[in-house]
Design a protein around this ligand. Structure first.
Ligand code: ADP
Length: 429
């Protein structure tokens, strides 16, 4: 069944009910496309905006089957999927877009790295933490584990420092292969002691370790591919993180034509190799090593939120068009540039606290010129939690002046909405 036909049968279903589903639901409302969501919490941001709701955990495959009966095509809000539980649904004819096959290598950081290597696309050098795990194990009897003879275990049975694979040196970045986000599930390793501590705390096969990249900038690209194989991209943007959480995004980034083309080629190679339909987001490092892919997200992305106001088609429009079976049209900037700033929780407040809505700060932000506020309506606040975002349209034509304009606007926003300075969102490991 193609997605155009499927949409005629009742729209799109999204597994998830957070801010990405909510902004997609807003775009769907504007286009008159029915959009149903599957989410356990009736207070989730997307629930009030969706045309239909299946109230169930996002990993409940029986509920997804129910969702599929109400919609033509199903997409996911995040990549933490139970593919085994979902594959019988695909076999029974449920239309997942992107397909489960295309999603398979994208649902964990290890398989993403393997995919990138297979396609000869640039990414940080890495190894699986389990490669070093034997160094931490007590010396087993040789008969039970003949390979243990090679493990660097002291004669008295005390574990020694695990030696790094050739070509790797500290600092290193360790990452939980699946389930991590916003820096939760990453740890910087600065020494053998850090490595040993990690080996003792975690299940090594669940972790990868990669070179610490000395990037100059972090960039991101949101791309989309339709069913005819056409690939379109939003402009390449710069992302800036605070304690590993996206803080602001500047669109477009000042980059040579060749660099922009290189990023687009990476996107097109990935989308085409996977026969992917829908939106794919790519986080990149740029520096002395050129472009390296950090992470792939098989969905819309924080780095593309600015497109709602600043582009002829937003990332959410692109998702609706491609998943809905229409052709993907190339999106264009409608203004010289845009700055998106996340409103990250800077204090911990329960949902019933009188300040949990931040009404005064929101009103002050909205009084700023050319600023568009998106408030997600989450219950309560915690340090580093994404509570909303603002997009400011920029008018300077010249790149350098536009960056200055953006940094001035950022300062105005910071005076109203401070950055979180707690360490809760750092190094989730
Ligand atoms: P998450 O899935 O938690 O967002 P990421 O892999 O995107 O994890 O890492 C979060 C941030 O940590 C990145 O945006 C970047 O600032 C930093 N980071 C991640 N990997 C590396 C690396 N290999 N070298 C240097 N910094 C890194």
């Amino acid at each position: 069944m193609d997605a155009a036909a499927s949409l005629n049968r009742g729209g799109i279903g999204i597994v998830g009910g957070g801010q990405l589903a909510a902004m997609l639901a807003e775009a769907a409302q504007r286009r008159g496309v029915p959009l149903a969501v599957q989410t356990p919490n009736p207070h989730d941001p997307a629930v009030a905006l969706a045309s239909d709701v299946v109230q169930a955990d996002v990993r409940d495959a029986a509920a997804t089957r129910d969702l599929a009966q109400r919609c033509g095509a199903i997409s996911f809000e995040n990549e933490w999927l139970d593919l085994e539980a979902l594959s019988p649904l695909a076999e029974a004819g449920v239309c997942f877009l992107p397909s489960l096959e295309a999603l398979k290598p994208l649902i964990c950081k290890r398989s993403q790295r393997e995919l990138l290597q297979r396609l000869h696309l640039p990414c940080p050098r890495w190894f699986g933490l389990e490669q070093l795990a034997t160094a931490n194990a007590p010396s087993p009897p040789p008969a039970a584990a003949p390979t243990a003879a090679a493990a660097p275990t002291a004669a008295d049975g005390e574990p020694q420092a695990a030696s790094l694979p050739e070509g790797f040196a500290y600092p290193l970045m360790a990452k939980l292969a699946s389930g991590g986000y916003d820096g939760r599930g990453t740890a910087v390793l600065r020494s053998d002691d850090d490595l040993q501590a990690l080996l003792e705390q975690v299940n090594p096969p669940d972790w990868i370790v990669e070179e610490f990249v000395a990037f100059e900038q972090e960039l991101a690209l949101v791309a989309a591919r339709d069913q005819a194989g056409e690939v379109v991209c939003l402009p390449l943007v710069q992302t800036h993180q605070h304690q590993q959480v996206c803080d602001w995004v500047l669109a477009p980034v000042e980059a040579s034509h060749a660099l922009q083309q290189r990023a687009r080629n990476i996107a097109a190679s990935l989308l085409t190799a996977l026969d992917y339909v829908g939106v794919l987001s790519i986080e990149l490092f740029y520096g002395p090593q050129g472009l390296l892919v950090n992470e792939l997200a098989p969905r819309t992305h924080n780095s593309g939120h600015y497109s709602i106001e600043a582009c002829s088609l937003s990332q959410f429009d692109l998702q609706l068009l491609t998943v809905g079976g229409a052709g993907a049209e190339p999106p264009a900037l409608l203004v010289p540039g845009a700055l998106m700033v996340n409103l990250l929780g800077f204090e911990t407040l329960p949902a019933d606290h009188p300040d949990a809505d931040h009404l005064q700060r929101r009103a002050a932000l909205q009084a700023l010129p050319d600023l568009h506020l998106h408030w997600y309506g989450k219950q309560g606040s915690s340090i580093g939690r994404k509570l909303g975002h603002v997009t400011v349209l920029l008018h300077q034509q010249d790149h350098r002046l536009r960056r200055q304009e953006a940094m001035q606007r950022l300062e105005e926003i910071r005076r109203i909405w401070p950055l979180p300075n707690g360490a809760e969102s750092e190094h989730g490991a």
